[in-house]
Design a protein around this ligand. Structure first.
Ligand code: ATP
Length: 341
């Protein structure tokens, strides 16, 4: 099948890792019955500098014509790009898997968890203001958003190990997290076959390090999910390996968890795997909504290619290796091109 994909190359290390990801998509096209029409979208700090706006209406209109978006990190204007896109397209689910990889130092073997983060509200709505000498941020948690994210988490748990942990801080944030916990509990009652537990966010931060294998699906609010998923990424090897998906009812956007990493930009040392695994998540999503088996095969080949690269010590500097961004990209692309179906 043919898919129209919008591509945001972003800032910092964004263009380097995007180049590798496009290479991966091209190698999939050669191998399988999949065709990508890529639509380059200018967004982020460079767009802000060139056009005075980080995400223009024209860019949004272009994205609307596509089936999905693949996005590299943007720099200082991240809020104006990703938060806006999540809200505009109502991408209410943020999936952030953390799974141990072969030969990568991880806190334990066989860690395999999925953070299901609510993606549209909480403090990240950015409703802040100043009154005199005070700065105030509003935290919005709604029954609708909490219920749909809880439902999503329970449904996805059925495709995994039937286990959900809801993470919140309802003992302090009695109204907001109280409502979130209440909605999760209602979903738990409807799904009595799923092992359900509740955990305060501070205890979760500790337990992710003390016993990461305890977790399977974690469902939580926007900001806690953002913080815990960076921690979970490090537990299994680092941000350079952490992909994510932002999913709505009829559109989805895929991006690495990490930021634009300006400290290593332009040096050809960034790890492109987080973005390549985000392409894998896109292929899984395209499979789910189009029932296109080639997309599922593509996702499996990407996973094997990444594992094979790590097993053969094709590792970036932050993982203790010596391979450059382009070398990792080429290795993975070649693996896919030579893969025996
Ligand atoms: P943001 O707030 O946008 O998430 P940040 O500055 O907090 O960004 P990152 O840009 O994600 O964080 O980078 C944090 C650190 O991790 C940096 O020192 C960076 O070099 C490193 N890092 C992030 N992504 C990668 C990557 N793909 N490969 C190698 N190192 C990375």
């Amino acid at each position: 099948m043919k898919y129209k994909i919008s591509v945001i190359s972003g800032d910092g290390i964004g263009p380097e890792i995007t180049k590798c990801s496009i290479g991966v998509m091209k190698s999939l096209e050669d191998k399988l019955n999949i065709e990508f029409e890529l639509l380059e979208i200018e967004a982020g700090d460079s767009a802000l500098k060139n056009n005075g706006v980080a995400l223009s209406d024209e860019a949004i209109d272009k994205i609307k014509t596509t089936n999905a978006c693949i996005k590299a990190p943007v720099g200082e204007s991240a809020m104006e790009v990703i938060v806006k896109l999540r809200q505009l397209f109502d991408l209410y689910v943020n999936l952030r898997p953390a799974k141990s990889f072969p030969t990568v130092k991880s806190l334990d073997d066989d860690i395999d968890m999925l953070i299901v983060r609510e993606n549209t509200e909480d403090l990240y709505k950015g409703q802040e203001f100043r009154i005199g000498d005070k700065a105030i941020a509003l935290r919005t948690i709604s029954e609708k958003a909490s219920t749909r994210i809880a439902e999503y988490a329970f449904n996805i748990a059925k495709t995994r190990n039937n286990k959900v942990t809801v993470v919140h801080k309802s003992n302090v944030l009695k109204m907001t997290d109280g409502l979130f916990a209440e909605c999760a509990n209602k979903s738990a009652q409807k799904n009595s076959n799923i092992i359900f537990s509740e955990m305060y966010v501070d205890a979760c931060a500790m337990n992710l390090i003390r016993n990461p294998k305890e977790f399977d699906v974690i469902v939580t609010t926007n900001m806690f999910g953002d913080i815990l998923s960076d921690e979970a990424a490090q537990v299994v090897g680092g941000l350079g390996l952490a992909p994510s998906a932002n999913i709505g009812d009829d559109f989805a956007l895929f991006e690495p968890v990490h930021g634009a990493a300006p400290d290593i930009a332009g040096k050809n040392i960034a790890n492109p795997i987080a973005m390549i695994l985000s392409i894998k998540m896109m292929m899984e999503w395209l499979h789910t909504i189009n029932n296109d088996n080639d997309c599922q095969i593509a996702a499996e080949i990407i996973q094997k290619a990444v594992e094979n690269s790590l097993e053969n010590n094709i590792k970036s500097v932050e993982l203790g290796g010596k391979s450059s961004t382009s070398q990792i990209g080429e290795y993975i692309t070649n693996y896919i091109s030579n893969y025996n179906l």
